[in-house]
Design a protein around this ligand. Structure first.
Ligand SMILES: N[C@@H](CCC(=O)N[C@@H](CS)C(=O)NCC(=O)O)C(=O)O
Length: 222
């Protein structure tokens, strides 16, 4: 049994933390919290993460939540994994954190709005999804221009933010949306999927799904 446990559910944003762990390469256990069966609200899990969300990372007796915090923690312990870009000083370091926070606070909620619009309205969900698609359209146009001239967010070197964007983009496409209008972003997705840390996460996720007999709703693609 490893000293570190990741509380995870397939296709959820816990993929971001798992990809970072795979990049770091440490030994860790995975505990699947079945969000489809409301396992995140079970007393045993609320005792670990009272907010009732995945991911959570248990290290010894300590529990850390929030993808960005998990990435920053792992980066501090394992700088050789290069989860964050090299920084020349405090401003540079703060900027890299700001980039992660931008993904977490601007793009991440749009995935939820798209995948679970019923959480945002008591009425018709179509305007909620449409608004998410419109917002994604603006942000993806900017990202498409960015990835037309670089492989990864910071240029030649993959960083944890790329793992985070992999989840954002899969959240967008998993429910049937296409990236046809954003060819550079579609190329970036190919690179993301081929990245070793992502590929290991994806394989591990597949094994966990098989072990747990988890199947996806028919409208969701992995
Ligand atoms: N800001 C959090 C978001 C965590 C989050 O929203 N997790 C979702 C899965 S993507 C969850 O556990 N949802 C279950 C629920 O809200 O009941 C992070 O980045 O870690």
């Amino acid at each position: 049994m490893a000293d570190t446990t990741l509380y995870f559910f397939p296709l959820s944003c816990a993929r971001v933390a798992m990809t970072a762990l795979e990049q770091v390469g440490i030994d860790y256990d995975v505990s699947v919290i079945n969000l489809m069966a409301h396992g995140q609200k079970a007393p045993e899990y609320l005792a670990i993460n009272p907010v009732g969300k995945v991911p959570a990372l248990k290290v010894g007796d300590e529990v850390l939540t929030e993808n960005v915090a998990i990435i920053l923690y792992l980066d501090e312990l394992y700088p050789e994994a290069k989860l964050l870009p090299p920084a020349t000083g405090p401003i540079d370091r703060a900027r890299a954190r700001a980039d992660l926070m931008w993904v977490a606070t601007v793009l991440h909620p749009l995935v939820r709005q798209l995948r679970a619009p019923k959480h945002y309205t008591t009425g018709d969900t179509a305007p909620v999804s449409d608004n998410a698609l419109e917002e994604f359209g603006h942000h993806f146009a900017e990202l498409d221009a960015k990835f037309a001239t670089r492989d990864w967010w910071y240029g030649a070197q993959w960083a944890a933010i790329d793992g985070y964007l992999a989840w954002i983009l899969s959240g967008f496409t998993s429910v049937g949306n296409k990236l046809d209008a954003f060819p550079a972003l579609a190329g970036y997705v190919q690179r993301l999927h081929a990245h070793p840390a992502y590929a290991r996460m994806f394989a591990k996720e597949g094994e966990l799904m098989e072990q747990q007999g988890l199947t996806l709703p028919p409208h969701v693609v992995r």
